[in-house]
Write a protein that binds this ligand. Sequence first.
Ligand SMILES: Nc1ncnc2c1ncn2[C@@H]1O[C@H](COP(=O)(O)OP(=O)(O)O)[C@@H](O)[C@H]1O
Length: 348
Amino acid sequence: MNATVNASKECDRDTSVTSVIFPVLYSILCIVALVLNSLAAWIFFRIPSSTTFLVFLKNVVVADLLMTLTIPIKILSDAGVGFWQLRAFHCRFSAVLFYITMYISILLLGLISLDRYLKIVKPFGKCALQKVRVGQRLSAAIWVVMLSLALPNVILSNQPPKPSGGKLKCSSMKGEAGKLWHEGFNYFCQVIFWGTFALMVFCYTFISKKVYESYKTSKSKSHAANRRTKAKVFVVVGVFFVCFAPFHFVRVPYTLTQTRDGGDCRAKKAIYIAKETTLWLSATNVCLDPLIYVFLCRVFRKRLMTTFCKDTQESSKSSLTHMEMSPMDHTTRLQNNNNKIRDLTFRM
Ligand SMILES: Nc1ncnc2c1ncn2[C@@H]1O[C@H](COP(=O)(O)OP(=O)(O)O)[C@@H](O)[C@H]1O
C-alpha cells in the first residue's frame, strides 16, 4: 500500500469535453428521473405495503429519488460552476450518496427477482422472505449496512482539497486510510453487482423455464404470447446488465488509477472518460426503474391508469387488495398448476 498516496498528481484530467457533455447529459437525465420518480413515489405511497414486492419497489423509489437529488450537484461540479468547495462537497458527501443509493437499488432489484422466483416456487407464501415484516426489516438492514459502510468514504475524505488543472480529484482528498477504504469498498461493490446479476439470471431463467413448460403442457398454440412473456422476463435482466455492467468493467481499473502510483497518463485519461461515460449509463437506471414498475407491478399500473383515466377506476379497485391477482386468477390458479405459473409470470 506504500504506492498509494498522491497517485496521479502529475497527470491532470482534460475536462474540456467532459465539462460540457456530461452536465448536458445529466441535466436531461435529472429532469426525466425527477418527473418519473416523483410520479412513482406519489402513486406508491398511496398503495398499502401488502406484499414484500411492494415493500422492495417502494424502497427502490426512495433510493432513486435520493440519487436523483444528488445529480444537480454533480452537474454543477462537473461543469466547473461554483467554487472548488462545491466540488469538495460533491466528493465528500454528494457522490458518496449517489453511489450508495445506486448499490441499494441494485440490491433491491436482486431481492425483487428473488421475490418473483419465490412466488412461483412457493405460490402461497410460506417462505419467511415472503412476509411483509421480513421484507421491511431486510430493506431497513440494507439501508443501515450500506450507509454505515459508506461512512468512512465521507469521514476519510479529510485532506485539504488540492485542485489541480482546474478540477479537483476526489481521491486527492483522501489520505492513505481513505484510499485503502475507497479501494476495498469498490471491490465489495463489485461483489454486490456481480452477485446480484448472477441471482437475477438464476431467478429469471427458472421463471422463463417454468413459463415455457406451462405453455408446452397446456399445448398453447400462442407462440407469440410465449415469446412476449420470455421477452418480458429478459428485458428486466437485459436492462440491468446494459445499464450497470459497463461501469463495473471499468470501475476496478479506474479505482487503481486513483489509489496506485505510476501508469501511462494517456491511459489514465481514457479510463477516466470511460468511467464517466459508463457511470452516466448506470445513472440512466433511475429513469428505467419507473418503467419496470409499470411493467412488473399490476397494482402500480392500475393506480397509474386510475390517476389518468377515470374510466378504469372501477376495475382497479378490485385489484388493490389482491396485488397481481384478481378473484378469477385465484380460481384459475387452484384449478390449474400450469396456468398458475403463466399467470404469475405475466404479472411480474
Ligand atoms: N461504490 C461507492 N460507494 C460509496 N462511495 C463511493 C463509491 N465509489 C466511490 N465513492 C466515493 O465517491 C467519491 C467520488 O469518487 P470517484 O467517482 O471515484 O471520484 P472522481 O469523481 O474523482 O472520479 C469519493 O469520495 C469516493 O470515495
